[in-house]
Design a protein around this ligand. Sequence first.
Ligand code: UT7
Length: 335
Amino acid sequence: MIYSAGIIGLGKYLPERIVTNRELEELVDTSDEWITTRTGISERRIAAAEQATSDLAIAAAQEALLDARLGADELDLIIVATISPDMIFPATACLVQAALGATKAAAFDLSAGCSGYVYALITAAQFIAAGLYQNVLVVGADTLSRLTDWQDRRTCVLFGDGAAAAVVGRVPDGYGILGSLLGADGTGGNHLYLPAGGSRRPASPETLENREHYIKMSGPEVFKFAVKVMEEATLQVIEQAGLTLADIDLFVPHQANIRIIDSSLHRMGVPHERVFLNVDKYGNTSAASVGIALAEAVAAGRVHDGDNILLVGFGAGLTWGSAVLKWYDRRQLNG
Ligand code: UT7
């Protein structure tokens, strides 16, 4: 039996501390003008010293459960998409499971870089569609400030911390995920990676000395990949859903760089007013990015029952993912 799977609750969490471009001018040789014009980012949120990724994830998850009017004990599975887990193991999803008291839920992490939220959403939907589970909690959470080289101006201006959560469950036929697509090209893995701290390059005085515990990125390579893949993944998933570009009411892309969004979505003829943007406020929040944008779009009243919503992400791996959802507004239908 195939059930329709969709989002029945949303949540997000952003750390309180705002770091402006001006503050970064004090750290590295950069300028507010460069960052704003080359990326569209004005400020980002940075987690407090005592906050780890699971703390961000738990706060977002609690909001999503409230929104879904669901108890943690009703969850069957928790998937946390992250590339900055609290520890290498146990999975951050297990830490979230314990904190929520989701005693019935299985839990695992998923590593797909900034595609993490879309990857996890599509994975969760398979369990619902197959009838195996009723309620799956998806969280995209990253604290990249801990993996960022604050001496490297090419990367440190780009990222911010945050978390987003969605409860995925059964929705009436015709609603929910109408099309989905996942992709990967591991040959591009060396364009965006963290060299040390795993089994290939365990931590040593040498890896510390060489700053190998920080994110390395070939910006222009990732930029070219992103523009290409965002356009392809968007067009393919819309076709798969039996729709056209004109049928999409709101585009919610990964918020990495305004120029990437301009070069792909706007080049395809998608007007600005049909694209949700918050990259200026949060920078690139990695696995949380698409989810935070979706939660904010819904909270801002930009999403209505029956709207077709396009989610698209890309990131480390290299990976990409896209999904088309027919939005199911439980609040409206419940009265
Ligand atoms: O979720 C996936 C994560 N990654 C991404 O989405 C990143 C995708 N790539 C990008 O967004 C862009 O490539 C960047 C924003 C990272 C860089 O922009 P760019 O227009 O591709 O610049 P560039 O790397 O080609 O560098 C141009 C110049 C260089 O100076 P020279 O060599 O021309 O003298 C850089 O050193 O800009 C310099 N530069 C900076 N200058 C001031 C690089 N970063 C900075 C900075 N402030 N923060």
